[in-house]
Design a protein around this ligand. Structure first.
Ligand code: NDP
Ligand code: GDR
Length: 340
């Protein structure tokens, strides 16, 4: 019988790539979708018709129990979150509820449906993946960051992710559950939300190239990140749940670039000089910034055999090309048809 996976956050960037990967691996894939008429569900289904939908919301404990009872998954991937860092200052409590407490609710749903209580001999058969983030490192104490680097989150989002991370460890230790976290560094693709800097830049470049805009407003150009390709990172999520023992892993490329270098690469991929178009806007700076993040992915390479396959330059070129194609064909990045 096919193995069954339940993915929260199925309508997001990673949900789509993970579903694609698991379908190729022969899984029966279910996605948790919220809302009675969520337009992002139809966008996802246009791309991935074979994904089945269970209704539920990370804010609603009962709905998660019902989804786990209905799907009877072998593996649960918890990707659902409020994931845009600036929004986490504007809606800090909601971020805590979805991105933080949502992890507790999903773990509880698995625990209850598996019949596990304190001191019980049964251990859950369902394997659980938590989407932890390099934002937990925040103001870094060392570079590059490993699985042992301490956390100093700099946003309500980072704090909520740290809660989910420790809770996942705690359920592993308290109940013997196969529950792991991937500490993933920034990963991008043509399906990235338009609010994140890579996609904002690739869309901005495409609009300028096609004469649809004359400038691109950005915030802090000096921040440095370790950017990789989302398609590579979902393979790591799957590998983590196939390992003999449940452990946490850092996933990134080990190479760091500044937002300035991102901008230079993206404009030059379209034959443009960025300095003529980019406007620095201090209103886009964050209350507390994460200055730099760089992964040491050695553990994943050695223990999981995981390697990234797409370089920074290839990623930037892929995104710029995709947005040039989308916009020149009259596509709207905010509409259903925008996913390649
Ligand atoms: P996206 O922002 O693209 O997707 C977020 C998903 O969460 C959407 O499917 C959204 O569904 C869902 N969601 C939001 N609120 C709820 C809720 N109340 N109940 C259920 N689902 C909800 O994120 P990514 O795909 O980029 O990231 C996936 C996960 O990985 C996130 O947890 C993110 O924080 C984490 N992460 C991402 C990294 C990256 O670089 N991409 C790096 C490290 C961690 P809806 O359509 O209903 O809004
Ligand atoms: P991040 O991604 O906050 O790292 O979180 P984002 O792309 O939003 O920002 C990266 C860096 O770029 C700087 N920046 C700008 N960012 C945005 N969005 N818009 C701008 O105009 C702009 N100008 C400069 C930011 O200040 C920042 O330093 C992403 C999300 O996917 C999280 O969910 C995930 O956990 C982390 O990556 C790892």
């Amino acid at each position: 019988m096919a193995r069954r996976a339940l993915i929260t956050g199925i309508t997001g960037q990673d949900g789509s790539y993970l579903a694609e990967h698991l379908l190729n691996e022969g899984y029966e894939v279910w996605g948790l979708a919220r809302g009675q008429a969520n337009p992002r569900v139809s966008r996802m289904r246009k791309l991935l018709a074979d994904v089945r939908i269970a209704r539920g919301d990370l804010l609603d404990q009962g709905s998660l129990i019902s989804a786990v009872e209905k799907v009877q998954p072998d593996e649960v991937y918890n990707l659902g979150a409020i994931s845009f860092v600036p929004m986490s200052w504007e809606q800090a409590e909601l971020t805590a509820e979805v991105t933080g407490m949502g992890v507790l609710r999903m773990l509880e749903a698995i625990r209850v449906c598996s019949g596990i209580s304190r001191g019980s001999a049964t251990s859950a058969q369902i394997r659980f993946y938590q989407a932890s983030s390099s934002e937990m490192f925040g103001q870094v104490s060392e570079t590059p960051q490993t699985e042992r680097t301490s956390f100093h989150p700099r946003s309500p989002y980072g704090v909520a992710k740290a809660y989910g991370h420790f809770l996942t460890q705690n359920y592993r230790e308290s109940y013997g559950m196969y529950a792991v976290s991937g500490i993933l560094f920034n990963h991008e693709s043509p399906r990235r939300g338009a609010e994140f800097v890579t996609r904002k830049v690739s869309l901005g470049v495409a609009r300028i190239k096609l004469g649809m805009a004359t400038e691109l407003r950005l915030g802090n150009l000096e921040a440095r990140r370790d950017w990789g390709f989302a398609g590579d990172y979902v393979r790591a999520m799957h590998l983590m749940l196939q390992a003999a023992t449940p452990e946490d892993y850092v996933i990134g490329t080990g190479r760091m670039k500044s937002v300035r270098e991102l901008v230079e690469a993206a404009f030059s991929a379209a034959g443009l000089d960025w300095e003529q178009y980019v406007v620095c806007d201090s209103a886009l700076h964050r209350p507390a910034e994460v200055d730099l993040l760089c992964a040491d992915p050695k553990k994943a390479r050695v223990q999981l055999g995981w390697e990234p396959t797409v370089s920074f330059d290839e990623l930037v070129a892929m995104m710029v090309e995709s947005d040039l194609r989308l916009l020149s064909e009259g596509g709207d990045p905010d509409q259903d048809s925008s996913w390649p």
